[in-house]
Write a protein that binds this ligand. Structure first.
Ligand SMILES: Cc1ncc(COP(=O)(O)O)c(C=O)c1O
Length: 408
């Protein structure tokens, strides 16, 4: 190779690297730093709502007295036992009876998605996902070179059809992935019958269900609907007999920077995830798990009440602003929780082109919807996140967005 030229790296990379592409969302996060841009782009919590003082006290306590050695030491891959015990109680409050052996702590629920891809997907297998679905899940699964087929709760095709489609592509259907509450990107919640229909299909196909519960605690109104895992246990009699793998996270409720999430599932799944974790990163940061445990056990419900009040007001503000400022022909979801409103523009609109125009002329950012579709459709959709903007900024931002769409 001639001096001055780098290696042909792509020729050395594994085939799985071909499907690893930069996320539009990560690129867009850079825009949040520009003060004159009103951003509905990043789906991140408002840092003003983090329980920073409580974490300060918890970290100081963990690093003093009897616990300081353990806080800084290697620990078990399953996760910090008191945190897993606290989660047993939390899961019980959601209708899930389990023990600490049904729980492994992960570095955010994103790590759980990667590990589950690694555990279930051989190259060419099929994962069932929504059109659209969480982009980070597609990115995590893509590394394992799967095919995707479309999950449409309440309107699924016959099981045999899914099975034959997967076989024709050289693999088997392994799991259905769904966010039951306030999904990213749509903000939508699955009704109890939609949840049942996913469990019905999964039972017929004899596959796992991955329940992404990242936003589960962020309900602003309406009645709680039992998680897929709770409905599954109600059918089968116990978590050991259930097929649902629940991925939880403290990112949207306490602090994403600490990277603490969990998986709750039947023991054979947890045991394998523990082995995967051992090989990948040994364990999640002990100090972070201790701090999360202290802050959660002292005031999880109070923290939830605080963030729900703030986000509810912003959700109300964005829906009112959309009603006021959107031109005819534009439709959007009306979420009962979470951080997102999903907007569908008239046919012919392209969300990515609209973003470029919107940034140039109106200084408003959002996420074009196409990246959330495993089949590359959805060009005329955009995702708005209301979690980080003040109510006044929301109205101004949606007014500007209405203008740029109106100019079409
Ligand atoms: C639906 C969904 N799942 C999982 C995650 C990953 O979150 P974390 O790894 O911080 O738990 C996110 C983050 O935005 C998300 O929106």
């Amino acid at each position: 190779m001639a001096a001055g030229h780098g290696l042909d790296w792509p020729a050395l990379f594994a085939t799985r690297a071909e499907r690893m592409k930069a996320s539009e969302i990560r690129e867009l996060l850079k825009l949040l730093d520009q003060p004159d841009v009103i951003s509905f782009a990043g789906g991140i919590p408002d840092p003003a709502l983090f329980p920073a003082e409580e974490f300060g006290a918890a970290l100081t306590a963990a690093l003093s007295g009897d616990t300081k050695g353990a806080a800084l030491q290697y620990s078990v891959s399953e996760g910090y036992r008191p945190l897993r015990e606290w989660l047993v109680t939390r899961m019980a409050s959601l209708g899930v009876t389990c023990t600490a052996d049904n729980i492994v702590i992960t570095s955010g629920s994103q790590q759980a998605l990667d590990y589950l891809g690694k555990l279930f997907l051989s190259k060419g297998d099929t994962a069932l996902v929504g059109w659209p679905t969480y982009l980070g899940a597609l990115q995590a699964f893509n590394a394992y070179e799967p095919n995707y087929d479309r999950l449409t709760p309440l309107a699924n095709r016959p099981a045999a059809d899914y099975r034959e489609t997967a076989a024709a592509k050289g693999g088997a259907v392994k799991f259905a992935y769904a966010s039951a509450d306030f999904a990213n990107p749509t903000g939508e919640t699955l009704s109890e019958s939609a949840r049942s229909s996913i469990l019905d299909l999964a039972t017929e196909l004899d596959i796992a269900v991955i329940e992404d519960a990242a936003y589960q605690s962020l309900r602003y109104d309406g009645d709680e609907i039992p998680p897929l895992l709770a409905l599954d246990i109600a059918r089968t009699g116990s978590i050991e007999a259930s097929r649902t793998i629940y991925c939880g996270s403290f990112s949207k409720t306490l602090a994403p920077g600490l990277r603490v999430g969990w998986v709750c599932a039947a023991k054979p799944v947890i045991s394998k995830l523990v082995l995967i974790k051992q090989a990948a990163d040994l364990h999640s940061a002990t100090l972070n798990q201790m701090a999360i445990h202290t802050v959660a056990s002292r005031g999880f419900e109070a923290q939830l009440a605080k963030i729900r009040d703030s986000y509810r007001a912003r959700r109300d503000a964005i829906l009112a602003a959309l009603d006021r400022h959107m031109p005819d022909g534009v439709t959007w979801t009306r979420p009962n929780g979470g951080m997102y409103v999903w907007v569908t523009l008239p046919e012919g609109f392209d969300g990515a082109a609209l973003l470029a125009e919107s940034l140039k002329t109106e200084r408003v950012a959002f996420v074009p919807g196409r990246a959330f579709f495993a089949d590359g459709s959805g060009a005329n959709t955009i995702r708005l996140s209301f979690s980080c903007a003040s109510e006044a900024m929301i109205d101004e931002g949606i007014k500007r967005l209405g203008r740029v769409i109106g100019r079409g």
